[in-house]
Design a protein around this ligand. Structure first.
Ligand SMILES: O=C(O)C(=O)CO
Length: 331
């Protein structure tokens, strides 16, 4: 007897995202279809009453759509929202939990690609890659590298703010560049963990004063909103670079613009901004000491697949009443 469930017997899963015809890349839709009867937003909107009853899970892919009260009211059998990604600041956790719905995230799948992105931004900013690329393709071929010298990250001091999974992976990578690594975190890492990557715990103020590169890797919470403002930027060296791979709102962006314009700090490299994308007339887009990428920390073939796999495992655990690998709770 076959143990493969017929499509109509699989739990209904709503995909919320904007890529491809299913709301995610086709390859991810195929992965999800092995375990779920996949329903698109369009199908739900066409027949809310009937289709709504079938949905037990929502898979939130990369584009952070709104999950509001009205949507939750239309899904009486919803049990879990499987977020693809670690940050859940786009979800109203309290409101969702009032509906008895669990929320899960994917902290393991995102760690390597996001840490790589932090390193990529640090190196790109230090070695002025974006400017270099523009010069290389410009009509003016009469350029001198000596006019736009970069700096080396090797043996420089890196201050990591937020030493969770991603922060720690950044430290592992930075060690290969012989960097002096300072970190600040709510909870200090064990001595063994610190020694394994050669990282020293530091108070925020000391970290900001001593680092050549400051990298933000914290979750966005009410405690970390505008964690880096005028005062903190003022503590940084005028030769220092601020790198953000967490969330845009962790920085007071007006203060950052001012600090970059006044050369309080040398440069910024941001994978995240507030809002995303920035309005095209935003002053950050006019500065040549800034690199901005469009929140692509996990935009790799490998990470998107691992995130889907981690989210699937989380959602199936909820449906099967098993221990949930990565559940997120309201604060
Ligand atoms: O996983 C997330 O939430 C990210 O934003 C990674 O860049």
């Amino acid at each position: 007897m076959s143990t493969v469930m017929a499509e109509q017997d699989l739990p209904g899963l709503l995909i919320m995202g904007i890529g491809g015809t299913h709301g995610v890349q086709e390859s991810l839709a195929a992965l999800l279809k092995k375990h779920f009867s996949v329903i698109t937003m369009k199908e739900l909107l066409e027949n809310k009453k009937e289709v709504g009853k079938k949905i037990q899970c929502i898979f939130v892919s990369e584009f952070r759509p709104t999950i509001d009260q009205e949507l939750l009211e239309s899904l009486p059998n919803l049990k879990v929202i499987g977020n693809s990604g670690v940050g859940v600041d786009h979800l109203n956790l309290k409101m969702i939990s009032n509906f008895g719905v669990r929320v899960t995230n994917t902290p393991h799948a995102v760690a390597d690609s996001t840490a790589d992105m932090g390193m990529a931004l640090m190196l790109a900013s230090a070695r002025r890659l974006v400017e270099g690329s523009q010069i290389a393709v410009s009509p003016d071929t009469n350029y001198f590298a000596a006019d736009w010298l970069g700096v080396e990250v090797t043996r420089a001091t890196l201050g990591i703010i937020g030493m969770g999974r991603i922060g720690y992976k950044v430290a592992q990578r930075a060690r290969a560049f012989e960097m002096k690594i300072l970190y600040h975190n709510r909870n200090r890492r064990s001595q063994e963990e610190e020694q394994a990557v050669g990282a020293c715990y530091s108070e925020m103020e000391d970290l900001l004063q001593q680092s050549d590169f400051v990298m933000l890797v914290v979750n966005l919470t009410p405690q970390t909103e505008k964690l880096i403002g005028k005062k903190e930027l003022g503590l940084m060296k005028p030769t220092a670079t601020l790198i953000n791979i967490s969330r845009g709102a962790v920085i007071d962006q007006d203060a950052l613009v001012e600090a970059l314009q006044n050369k309080t700090i040398k440069a910024a490299a941001l994978d995240v901004t507030y809002p995303e994308p920035l309005p095209r007339n935003h002053p950050l887009l006019k500065l040549n000491n800034v690199i901005i990428t469009p929140h692509i920390g996990t935009a790799t073939v490998q990470a998107t697949h691992m995130m889907a796999e981690e989210a699937i495992a989380n959602m199936l655990s909820v449906l099967n009443c098993q221990p949930i690998p990565s559940e997120v709770f309201p604060q």
